[in-house]
Design a protein around this ligand. Structure first.
Ligand code: NAD
Ligand code: DAU
Length: 340
């Protein structure tokens, strides 16, 4: 029997990387193709344990490069596309929106054209709860799949645009699709520009942690492996054309998250430094995951078990994040923060 071919875009990044490892281990009967441009956010060092496996393959390519992508699909005839590749950091989208439009919108359109041309079993588009905009602090309100899209940052606007293109290719051309919209992920291999790994790495180095505004903004945290399991389920069981929200009811203020990490590492809360707020900073995200739960998904991690596991992972894998924060990223950090 020929093995199914699964194309994972962005599989050298944080979530895509965890998903590739999860799929390679769980499905020896599938061939997993990791397609990634290896931007600042992608690295292959994370795949040292799977790179020799027969069912793992790496392809270096730019999803927005039509001349490379269309022939690749014609040659390989992928069965599924799981599309993670994106510019993903809100702060970078505020200083440089152009690359977000190119990668997140044009790149998605190229992949959709390629998928349509060869006819695939399903295109799974990995999106974000940020496309819904922000909620106020009323704890009884949540994003559902019916919440209107109202993105506030250039990043979320580019993701919402790509969601609409995916929807349109389904409605117009009958392309089989699912869209998933997940809340904030955390876990192993999270790039240290994002709040949780930034806090862990800086606290471990006794450096100040920049907290935007008063630290009262709320995010709904989900362990990356719970997200991977959700995508696996949607890929195999999701109703064609449907959107699924992914989140685990783990709302925390940013200040609570930072204090949890500082206390777990037995350091002083004096490391916290309140800095200028992010422009257009969304107040709160919170997901109603009922639809996905009905499909059979439940998270394995609570925030408490997940954050302990994650802190331990950063303690055990210093060489991975130290080589990142000592390189080009260091200049980015200095440009974006003015900490004394
Ligand atoms: P990431 O920034 O860690 O990884 C993105 C990957 O995409 C990198 O490996 C990068 O090299 C690759 N890439 C970028 N531009 C490319 C291009 N033009 N061609 C090919 N590859 C390219 O991102 P992440 O945090 O793992 O997020 C993955 C996806 O999940 C994104 O689509 C993001 O919008 C979505 N998402 C993220 C979160 C989160 O909390 N991180 C939550 C919900 C949804
Ligand atoms: O909700 C899903 C989204 O979560 C994903 O779509 C994005 O790709 C992902 O980056 C993430 O976006 P956020 O903006 O919520 O994540 P970030 O880690 O950048 O910030 C989390 C919160 O912490 C946010 O309210 C801003 C705040 N923050 C962030 C940084 C980097 C700080 O207070 N200080 C910081 O230095």
């Amino acid at each position: 029997m020929t093995k199914k071919k699964i194309l994972v875009t962005g599989g050298a990044g944080f979530i895509g990387g965890n998903f590739v490892q999860y799929m390679v281990d769980k499905y020896p009967s599938y061939n997993i193709y990791n397609l990634d441009l290896l931007t600042y956010a992608g690295d292959l060092a994370k795949h040292h344990e799977i790179e020799k496996k027969e069912n793992y393959h790496f392809l270096k390519a730019d999803i927005a490069d039509r001349e490379a992508i269309i022939p690749l699909f014609e040659k390989e005839k992928f069965d599924y596309v799981v599309h993670f590749a994106a510019e993903s950091h809100v702060d970078r989208s505020i200083t440089d929106p152009g690359v977000f439009v190119r990668t997140n919108i044009l790149g998605t359109q190229v992949l959709l054209d390629a998928a349509k041309e060869v006819g695939i079993s399903k295109f799974i588009h990995v999106s974000t709860d940020e496309v819904y905009g922000e909620l106020d602090f009323d704890p009884t309100t949540f994003f559902s799949e019916e919440t209107p899209l109202q993105p506030n940052s250039p990043y979320s606007a580019s993701k919402a645009s790509s969601d609409l293109l995916v929807r349109a290719y389904h409605e117009t051309y009958g392309l089989p699709i699912n869209i998933t919209r997940c809340s904030n992920n955390y876990g192993p291999y999270h790039f240290p520009e994002k709040l949780i790994p930034l806090t862990i790495s800086r606290v471990l180095n006794d450096e100040k942690v920049p907290v935007y505004g008063d630290g009262g903004n709320i995010r709904d945290w989900l362990h990356v492996m719970d997200h991977c399991a959700a995508i696996d389920l949607v890929m195999h069981e999701g109703v064609n054309g449907d959107v699924y929200n992914v989140g685990g009811h783990n709302e925390r203020t940013n200040l609570e998250v930072v204090k949890t990490i500082i206390n777990a590492l037995d350091k002083s809360e004096d490391l916290i430094e309140f800095v200028k707020d992010r422009l257009g900073h969304d107040k709160r995200y919170a997901i109603d995951p009922t639809k996905l739960e009905r499909l059979g998904w439940n998270p394995n991690y609570t925030f408490e078990t997940g954050i302990s596991q994650t802190i331990q992972w950063y303690l055990d894998n210093k060489e991975w994040w130290e080589q990142i924060i000592s390189g080009e990223y260091k200049k980015y950090f200095e440009r974006n923060y003015s900490l004394k």
